[in-house]
Design a protein around this ligand. Structure first.
Ligand SMILES: NC(=O)c1ccc[n+]([C@@H]2O[C@H](COP(=O)([O-])OP(=O)(O)OC[C@H]3O[C@@H](n4cnc5c(N)ncnc54)[C@H](O)[C@@H]3O)[C@@H](O)[C@H]2O)c1
Length: 260
């Protein structure tokens, strides 16, 4: 593969949305670098099997030294970065009055501090090159409230604020910053969240105008659009919902279900 091929950095690429995003971008010729708490071996194998190129780095995206070392590793290997996808995130389903300070802080660290550290580290390189695209994976929980998710909702609302701020600050130097807001997606996160019994598949499909969950591929395609300068070169500071119409729909349930 050409040394000129574009490079995408993705956090949380070992599974779920991050994995599908890594695979899709690799299918489109990007070289991939993944930072994850878990070894992203399966993702890398899937990419290499199809002739793509990927590197994996195990570490916590909340830790400044990890992010800085990972940035060096990416530049030693590839010498450039064209897109950063801040995808790693954790959920916490807990009544607000029962959420501990420690739980709240950890969600903020992973969902809001880590994207800042990653954007700062890779954004500096993009600003030097005067080009690049950063995509933050927020959620519809960054646009509206879902009960029992005070920390998660606040972190995702904050991530959209960070997106807009960086878009304003860096757009004039060629670095675009956008967010995607998935609705509910069938990933390991959803499986783990449903174990607690707080919702079922029917709760979600009943709420979504299009009547289904998002797939990781739905979200990956929106991310790929925002990553690609040729496709979205003047889109900056935007929040793109990938939710089948959830955030647009204020109908009550009986109306929505009658429309199917
Ligand atoms: N699944 C959904 O319904 C849904 C909906 C809206 C938004 N999102 C968001 O999409 C993103 C991906 O979600 P997913 O469902 O694929 O999640 P997932 O739990 O399936 O995968 C998340 C990945 O991130 C990694 N990770 C977690 N903390 C990390 C850290 N501190 N440093 C490095 N890596 C870390 C995990 O190891 C895992 O591989 C998250 O930001 C999530 O909030 C998910």
């Amino acid at each position: 593969m050409s040394g000129q091929a574009r490079v995408a950095v993705i956090t949380g690429g070992a599974q779920g949305i991050g994995r599908r995003t890594a695979e899709l971008l690799a299918e489109r010729g990007w070289r991939i670098a993944i930072l994850d708490l878990q070894e992203p071996a399966a993702t890398i194998r899937a990419i290499e099997t199809r002739g793509g190129e990927a590197l994996g780095y195990v570490g916590d995206a909340c830790v400044e030294e990890v992010v800085d070392r990972f940035t060096e590793v990416v530049f030693e290997r590839y010498g450039r970065v064209d897109a950063l996808v801040n995808n790693a995130g954790i959920s916490l389903i807990r009544a607000a009055e029962e959420t501990t300070a420690g739980e709240y802080r950890r969600v903020m660290e992973v969902n809001l501090v880590a994207p800042f550290l990653m954007a700062r580290a890779f954004g500096r390189r993009m600003l030097e090159a005067r080009r690049g695209s950063i995509i933050n994976v927020a959620s519809i929980a960054g646009l509206m409230a879902v009960s029992d998710r005070a920390a998660y909702n606040a972190s995702k609302h904050g991530l959209i604020g960070l997106t807009r701020t960086l878009a304003a600050e860096w757009g004039g130097r060629g670095v675009r910053v956008n967010a995607v807001c998935p609705g509910w997606v069938k990933t390991e996160m959803d499986a783990a969240d449903q174990v607690g019994g707080s919702y079922t598949d029917a709760d979600i499909t009943g709420r979504v105008p299009m009547g289904r969950f998002a797939s990781p591929d739905d979200v990956a395609r929106a991310i790929a659009f925002l990553a690609d300068e040729g496709e979205s070169g003047f889109v900056n500071g935007h929040t793109l919902s990938v939710d089948g119409g959830w955030a647009a729909d204020a109908s009550w349930e009986s109306v929505r279900l009658r429309k199917r």
